[in-house]
Design a protein around this ligand. Structure first.
Ligand code: GLN
Length: 310
């Protein structure tokens, strides 16, 4: 692994230049209209290491909608709050379906395949809504403390847009409620879920915030235990099998890192024992993963030999 930070900086700059023009191969998400107004030409990449370096290139300090990357943080909060009981209500298997699919949920009696598809994240949102008096504030506070930045905010424009176009997520939540797998009122669950998806953060902030997953649950900056080593292992395992939705198999095959994408164009990848990569570019491929973001993570992993399967 590359320990020399100035070499790493040069590597990030070089990788970005290889991606100029590649964003034309994807489409910015427009099913949430507020996301469609983001420039497709923005791109950035950041690396945070557990020994304290945080570097980046391109638009790595520009906040973007974290969207489904929020599912990682929500899951950690729910695991910390209710422990193994969570795994009675959500599984840990890849879905083999698009992230917002509803078909499987009916067959499998309202138990989502994993916490990183929308149904699973809505289940987690229900746990948070039911177990925190103010779950939205608790989520924002968690994000601010992990990133060490009180300025992290919820983008209200994105939130309103998700709420106005959230029929499919509402359908997933109501279907789970019909199987008694949702406890809180659906509007509250949706409001929590859309709030966490609407948090705006930069590549640099996200990379820093996830260092605990590369370090057995311990945040190397604050020295706080964010989760147990066992739970960090479990989150990384599900990220490896399900974090890139229906492209997770190919991503494991070609890159080999636990990773999570969001329809805002962000991709995070955990390198256990080393650090976190976060890349961002809004245009998405057909799986809902950022084209350039995926290429940047993949390029860096190949260049530095980061696969966990070596
Ligand atoms: N808020 C988005 C949705 O519910 C999150 C999806 C994603 O980032 N893949 O559709």
């Amino acid at each position: 692994m590359l320990k020399n930070i100035s070499n790493l900086q040069a590597t990030l700059e070089k990788l970005l230049t290889t991606q100029q023009g590649m964003n034309a191969e994807g489409q910015v998400a427009d099913y949430i209209p507020a996301l469609a107004s983001v420039s497709p030409n923005l791109m950035g990449v950041s690396v945070a290491t557990i020994d304290g370096n945080v570097i980046g290139a391109g638009d790595y300090q520009v906040p973007f909608s974290i969207q489904s990357i929020s599912k990682v943080f929500g899951l950690v909060m729910a695991m910390n709050r209710i422990g193994d009981e969570l795994w009675q209500r959500v599984n840990m298997e890849p879905s083999g379906q698009p992230f917002n699919s509803i078909i499987q949920l009916e067959w499998e009696q309202g138990i989502p395949r994993n916490p990183f598809i929308n149904a699973g994240a809505l289940l987690v949102a229900d746990v948070l809504t039911s177990h925190f008096s103010t779950s939205k504030l608790a989520f924002l506070t968690f994000m601010r403390s992990l990133a060490g930045d009180e300025h992290i905010y919820i983008d209200n424009n994105v939130y309103q847009s998700e709420l106005a176009h959230g029929n499919r997520n509402a359908a997933l939540a109501y279907l789970m409620k019909s199987f008694s797998n949702i406890q809180a009122e659906i509007p509250e669950v949706l409001s929590h879920y859309f709030t966490q998806c609407s948090v705006a953060m930069s590549c640099q902030q996200l990379a820093k915030s996830l260092l605990f997953l590369a370090n057995k649950g311990l945040d190397p900056i604050s020295q706080h235990n964010i989760c147990t080593a066992r739970d960090a292992h479990r989150v990384n395992a599900i990220l490896s099998t399900s974090g890139m939705y229906d492209q997770s198999g190919e991503f494991a095959f070609s890159v080999g890192l636990p990773a999570k994408s969001g329809v805002g164009g962000g991709v995070i990848a955990i390198v256990p024992g080393y650090g976190v990569i976060c890349a961002w570019s809004p245009p998405l491929n057909t799986f809902g993963n950022s084209v350039v973001g995926t290429n940047l993570v993949s390029g860096l992993a190949a260049e530095l030999g980061l696969s966990i399967y070596h």
